[in-house]
Design a protein around this ligand. Structure first.
Ligand code: FES
Ligand SMILES: [Fe+2]
Length: 406
């Protein structure tokens, strides 16, 4: 029988520490609420500043029904615009990235400059005022080299994240990273399942044999504490401080975007997230040696980073529509590293390419299963605490929707 309960009641009945009711994945009304209350109201990682290093450099980011052009203007400033023509709404920029002095709409050829101003519109009436038809701005901010966009006018503040993450991100010199490779993994599943999957490592041992050989996140708390020892001893001599912030989702300070930082040891003998655990690129920042750890960082609800000593992987999970999402992945190395000499892209990508394909498969299986009439929420394990917290936060944000509160 179809569950016809009002959404408000569905939220109220959700048991803390259990997976979500099926309708949170399948109900179009709930998807619409999530887009308005969550996806468009939080910061989303849009790439490293170095990807738009020169005036005229641009890249496009698509999230659900939104598309943004991120561009460095002739004045050197980075801006973001809705990729929607002010004439009749066509996408303006069809290229994923490039360098340009102007954007010409492919429909009727209205032309915008890199500051978003309309500079050309053919055969319009004499009283047509081009100044009133600039591209609509999208919120953009840069956190120590990492660009974030938000599709709303009053986004949460990134000040706490910038302040608290300044020291840990400086250790790896995030500001001077460059993107060595990117890849987008399409996932045929509701977007929340991809975030839920990323934030828990209960699945790591059964689903990721290669990852689980090197990483220790799937160990229970006692065992993990023991393996942290060898890394903690090495950290000071390698140029790394022990820093930890746990301010994600419902733990975020009021009005601030959530964020986390922590470093976890790999098994003894592994120096980096590479095929054989050996170094795979030059050490980041001013690090002097490998401590055998990886730092997990999150900024906002869908953007995650894993900083090994010699490279950083960034993951962004965004909805495409209700039943499809994607993981946009960035592999970053220090900006002066030379491809072919200091690193090899195929080797750099190997571990997480393997791991993300496996993730895609388990997320899609999860999606197929939750659509069954036999699916019922199940209890989460102790290793799925971050998932439980993400679920609570999603419910908390949905509860704030005007249609739920009224
Ligand atoms: S829709 Fe862009 S010029 Fe007409
Ligand atoms: Fe995974």
């Amino acid at each position: 029988m179809d569950d016809k309960r009002p959404i408000r009641e569905l939220i109220a009945c959700q048991k803390p520490g259990w997976s979500l009711e099926r309708r949170f994945y399948t109900d179009p009304e709930i998807y619409k609420l999530e887009i308005d209350q969550i996806v468009m109201r939080n910061w989303i990682f849009a790439g490293h500043e170095s990807q738009v290093a020169e005036s005229g450099d641009f890249k496009v980011l698509n999230v659900a029904s939104e598309s943004a052009i991120i561009v460095r203007g002739q004045d050197g400033k980075i801006r973001a615009f809705a990729n929607t023509c002010r004439h009749r709404g066509s996408l303006v920029c069809l290229e994923p990235s490039g360098n340009t002095r102007k954007f010409e709409c492919p429909y009727h050829a209205w032309v915008y400059d890199t500051e978003g101003k309309l500079i050309g519109a053919r055969d319009m009436p004499a009283d047509f005022n081009k100044e009133k038809f600039a591209l609509n701005p999208v919120s953009i901010d840069v956190v120590h080299g990492l660009m974030f966009i938000c599709f709303c006018d009053g986004p949460p503040s990134l000040d706490s994240a910038k302040r608290d993450l300044a020291e840990p991100l400086a250790m790896f010199d995030f500001e001077n990273l460059k993107v060595a490779a990117t890849k987008t993994y399409p996932i045929s599943a509701n977007w929340k399942l991809s975030v839920e999957n990323y934030v828990e490592c209960y699945h790591c041992a059964p689903a990721h044999s290669v990852y689980a050989k090197m990483h220790t996140l799937m160990l229970d708390a006692n065992k993990q504490k023991r393996v942290q020892g060898h890394m903690l001893e090495k950290m000071p001599a390698c140029g790394l401080k022990v820093i930890s912030y746990d301010c994600a989702d419902i733990n975020a300070p009021p009005g601030q975007q959530g964020y986390t930082y922590s470093r976890t040891a790999m098994f003894e003998g592994y120096k980096s997230g590479s095929r054989d655990g050996e170094p795979i690129a030059p050490l980041l920042g001013n690090l002097s040696d490998y401590d055998g750890g990886g730092s997990d960082i999150s900024i906002g609800p869908v953007s995650f980073f894993l900083a090994y000593s010699d490279h950083v992987v960034g993951y962004v999970f965004t909805p495409v529509d209700q039943t499809h999402c994607q993981c946009q992945t960035y592999w970053m190395v220090r900006s002066d590293a030379v491809e072919g000499k200091d690193y090899d892209c195929k080797e750099l990508m190997w571990l997480w390419d393997t791991t993300l394909y496996a993730d895609e498969e388990i997320i899609v299986n999860n999606w197929k299963g939750v659509q069954s009439r036999y699916y019922k929420p199940g209890p989460l394990s102790g290793m799925e605490k971050s998932e439980a917290r993400f679920i609570s936060w999603v419910l908390h944000e949905l509860r704030r929707a005007p249609s739920i509160t009224s």
